[in-house]
Design a protein around this ligand. Sequence first.
Ligand SMILES: O=C(N[C@@H](O)C(=O)O)c1ccccc1
Length: 330
Amino acid sequence: EEVLDQGLNIEEVADWPGINLKLGQVSGLALDSNNNLVIFHRGDHVWDANSFNSSYVYQQKGLGPIKENTILVIEASTSTILHSTGRNMFYLPHGLSIDNNGNYWVTDVALHQVFKLASNGAESPLLTLGRALQPGSDNYHFCQPTDVAVDPATGNIYVSDGYCNSRIVQFFPNGIFVMQWGEETSVGHAKPGQFSIPHSLTLASDFGQLCVADRENGRIQCFKPETGKFVREIKHPSFGREVFAVAYTPGGLLYAVNGKPYPGDREPVQAFVMNFSTGEIIDTFIPLRKNFEMPHDIVASEDRLVYIGDAHANTVWKFTSTEKMEHRSV
Ligand SMILES: O=C(N[C@@H](O)C(=O)O)c1ccccc1
């Protein structure tokens, strides 16, 4: 019998971007409503072993904020830099997302803060959550917050907090604390609702699920955003130890990137595209040029363009996918 196997054949757009974007460590990617790529990077600042003390207080304040523009808006096909902003504001950029009003939401792990920025580049934030340079875990402090997701239906704000907390925090659109969920992973076995670096968020709105890259547990956990109720876990042996980022696209596809293997590990660093409903892997992919070092964020558009930003290779790759129609005899 002939079976039509509808796979996805994802491969890198080899000549993109074709210009030198002069990127530092790339920490966050997002797509705006015109499908322009927005990049959040660290310019000349790096997150290394000397950046924080044992209480997670940033040690390099003396450097001052990054002088370069940390937010670049790139036109997808021509790679022209349409707009750049975000200078003299950040110390260690991390997460970036764009809400359905076109505002940018960013996190800074050195400041331990979350900012809502108008996309027209107005210098002062529309909203600030957290207290500058003060790590903490109450309703007004984060500890190295990693990402933000804004629910288009309610305007509620979700923050994955963070490297030194293990929670998701929900705020009303005006920034008032609503509730939080999550706890540290108990030694030995990671239970539902436990995190070890909640590192990236994506809202699968049509499924009513908020999914989290539970980085050091090497898994994706999905929850009901309004209540924080655990819905399900997606985990595959090919993820290896770490899942760094997740991205949902309307139409039911979930993308992810894992971490570089530790010496002796078998699972290579790669990107995954999954069927959101079943959690099954449809395809995996890697760049043609250069290699993944620390793929740190992934974003995908409905027309199946995928971008991956790398915080150690200081690179963004663009991928397209062609429907692969294969006839198989079974
Ligand atoms: O994970 C780390 N960093 C990345 O996530 C990032 O750069 O966002 C890190 C961990 C320990 C020391 C230094 C950096």
